[in-house]
Design a protein around this ligand. Structure first.
Ligand code: FE
Length: 393
């Protein structure tokens, strides 16, 4: 048995933020991040639309990037005091992820993060409130997914939460909110979306319900990402939809080891954080080479290339074309080809490699990768991404 879950309503189009006034309820608890939505006037707009629809509104501001357990608990407590029947979250991934966890603790104050961390183990939500999500970046697609990541800063542990209960009821995908994104963020989040779609298309759980979404997302990223990066707002709009389609695919088909590697290397080095989408963009072609040693994955990557009209007749030639297309995108988006080029110190990389490899193999995304991987193989694969060498194992 497989399950395929999406929000009941996905509003999309310029200005669709106004749909907030049609939510039916009494009290809306609005969760936002650090201030960009406020500065650009979208927070005021959202509050006014909700009030126009007859709702009382409380705003919870200041959710940090990589939201903390404390923020979640503070938000849940404020929800319990206010008793909303709608939770509305607006911003990059973080405020939406935080609001999803607040929702669980609002409805079930006695639950624990340890309970929620067991995949697909959430208590039945929607006893008190429904959930609407409004993304202001074009990458994570948390507005349509069953996932949230919360960080415990005391222990350094990230809690990846996964359950269809936290798939939002309503997603509002308004391209006006991403018009002001910096080019670098357009590049990184766009490559994150491409990675979501490609990993979802080859995952062990992919199938007839997720494949069309993944393929459509890949096609749109190939068509629109460079123009969006160069400031074309029509392309920016299409990228906002493409990342959402990719999210609909990977929320149901899950991901693979590109994400395992990005999760465990993102904050591992003293030279600085590797942004999530940038890490994915670097690792993706290497992982395709690694996975393509398995015939089913080879066939699926070749099918992507064939559907996208990339050159080649043999499966191997098509897979090579797909990797070349991704390398070409990375060059055009000014994304480095290796971790070395990104600026990771060689000695630090070598000394931390065994631990990182072990952690990456244990990541939640490894289980749905089409080819299994051992810690020793993961060390070799990460080493290829450091020096830019061929993956021949
Ligand atoms: Fe991602």
């Amino acid at each position: 048995m497989s399950r395929f879950t999406l929000p009941r309503d996905i509003y999309h189009g310029k200005g669709c933020l106004a749909e907030l006034k049609n939510l039916k309820g009494k009290k809306a608890f609005l969760v936002v991040g650090g201030g960009s939505m406020k500065r650009q006037g979208f927070l005021d707009k959202a509050v006014n639309y909700l009030k126009e629809g007859g709702m009382e509104v409380e705003v919870f501001e200041g959710v940090e990037p990589d939201p903390s357990v404390e923020t979640v608990m503070k938000g849940a407590e404020a929800m319990r005091a206010f008793q909303p029947d709608w939770i509305v979250s607006m911003g990059g991934g973080s405020p939406i992820d935080a609001a999803k966890a607040m929702w669980a603790f609002y409805e079930y104050p006695d639950t624990t993060f340890e309970d929620l961390c067991i995949p697909f183990n959430f208590p039945e939500l929607r006893q008190k409130a429904k959930f609407a999500a409004i993304p202001s970046t074009s990458g994570t697609a948390t507005e349509v997914t069953a996932f949230s990541v919360i960080t415990n800063y005391q222990t350094g542990v990230k809690y990846p939460l996964a359950d269809f209960n936290i798939t939002p009821d309503v997603a509002i995908v308004d391209p006006d909110l991403v018009a002001g994104l910096p080019a670098k963020q357009v590049a990184y989040t766009g490559m994150d979306a491409l990675t979501h779609a490609i990993e979802a298309y080859v995952s062990t759980l992919h199938g007839p319900f997720t494949n069309p979404l993944a393929l459509q997302a890949i096609e749109m990223v190939f068509d629109y990402l460079p123009a969006s990066y160069n400031g074309n707002m029509d392309a920016r709009e299409q990228m906002h939809y493409a990342q959402c389609l990719a999210g609909m695919a990977f929320s149901n088909a899950l991901l693979g080891i590109v994400h395992s590697m990005a999760h465990k290397t993102g904050a591992a080095f003293s030279t600085g954080h590797i942004p999530h989408g940038c890490a994915n963009a670097i690792y993706l072609p290497y992982v395709i080479q690694y996975n393509a040693h398995v015939p089913t994955a080879m066939r699926d990557y070749a099918e992507i290339a064939r559907r996208m009209g990339l050159p080649g007749t043999s499966e191997q030639a098509l897979v090579n074309s797909l990797c070349e297309k991704i390398n070409d995108f990375n060059r055009r988006l000014n994304i480095p080809k290796t971790l070395k080029e990104f600026g990771i110190d060689e000695e630090e990389f070598k000394s931390k490699l065994p631990k990182i490899a072990e952690l990456a193999v244990g990541d939640a995304c490894t289980g749905s990768n089409p080819r299994p991987i051992t810690p020793a193989e993961m060390e070799k694969l990460l080493t290829c991404t450091y020096y830019g060498t061929e993956v021949d194992f």
